[in-house]
Design a binder for this molecule. Structure first.
Ligand code: ADP
Length: 253
């Protein structure tokens, strides 16, 4: 009888844990829908404002017409970007732990992403310190590694205010691959450091909006990194810059 009680107790416990998990999942979904609606409200309101303006009298004024069209196109492209990032995040969140068959040459990806960023930002000095062991391979989807690096480098550039310089370091040993993206920009306060990996979190909403930020980049990067048992951390000093570090276990066996 004692044994049966134990079993029953265990079952109840498991059941309650399941319920808790379901509830927290539903809660998260609800929050997500709320956040999304909130994020879409601003661009929709801006476009609506311009259309109303044009409808009332603006279409007869070439200057207003021109400005309203430009502003509306900008808002639409912002929304497109937001929708793409939401899709990326949802996809990343559906991943549990990944063990792909695809073997990716880390060196190749790092160099390729850095080359591309250099092309897009010729005004930046982008240094690459490559200390990767020869033939550093990882079982990771190439596009995931690319996406993670692009998010961190894009941010480093977006939030560099005074010094147009970023440094990317890549290193590996038997057990890990380490990637670091360092900038000398505005930095992140201690309180914000814990929040920036949360969905839709932006330190300065208005300023970030100007830069086209939705607050989804870091949550996507974090989720992807963790799908490969990796870790992502940030060191930062307000006013002097930030250093984002990724560490992956090597898993090519
Ligand atoms: P966003 O698209 O807004 O950049 P992220 O999720 O990538 O979204 O980043 C969230 C917030 O973290 C940013 O809005 C910014 O305030 C802060 N942040 C991210 N990277 C950096 C960085 N390299 N330097 C300073 N602040 C940063």
């Amino acid at each position: 009888d004692l044994k049966r009680n134990d079993e029953l107790g265990e079952l109840t416990l498991t059941f309650n844990q399941m319920l808790d998990r379901m509830q927290s999942y539903t809660e998260q979904q609800k929050n997500f829908v709320g956040d999304v609606s909130h994020e879409l409200r601003t661009p929709v309101a801006v476009i609506e404002g311009h259309l109303n303006l044009l409808n009332r009298w603006g279409k007869d004024d070439p200057e207003v017409l021109d400005e309203s069209i430009k502003a509306s196109i900008q808002e639409v492209s912002r929304m497109k970007h937001l929708i793409q990032e939401m899709l990326d995040l949802t996809r990343a969140e559906q991943i549990d732990i990944l063990y792909p068959d695809e073997v990716t040459k880390v060196e190749e990806v790092v160099h390729q992403v850095v080359d591309n960023i250099r092309l897009v930002h010729p005004d930046f000095e982008i240094q690459l310190d490559d200390d990767l062991e020869p033939n550093t391979n990882m079982k990771i989807y190439r596009n995931h590694l690319e996406q993670i690096l692009i998010i961190l480098m894009d941010n480093a550039i977006k939030y560099s205010t005074t010094r147009n310089e970023i440094i990317i370091s890549a290193a590996s040993n038997e057990s890990t691959v380490n990637l670091v993206v360092q900038d000398f920009g505005e930095g992140i306060s201690r309180e914000d450091k814990e929040k920036i990996f949360g969905r839709f979190y932006r330190v300065d909403k208005a300023r970030t909006r100007e830069k086209g930020g939705n607050g989804l980049g870091l949550p996507i990067a974090k989720k992807l990194v963790e799908s490969y048992h990796g870790t992502i951390t940030v060191d930062s000093l307000e006013g002097s810059g930030s250093q984002f570090k990724i560490s992956f276990p090597r898993n090519t066996k």
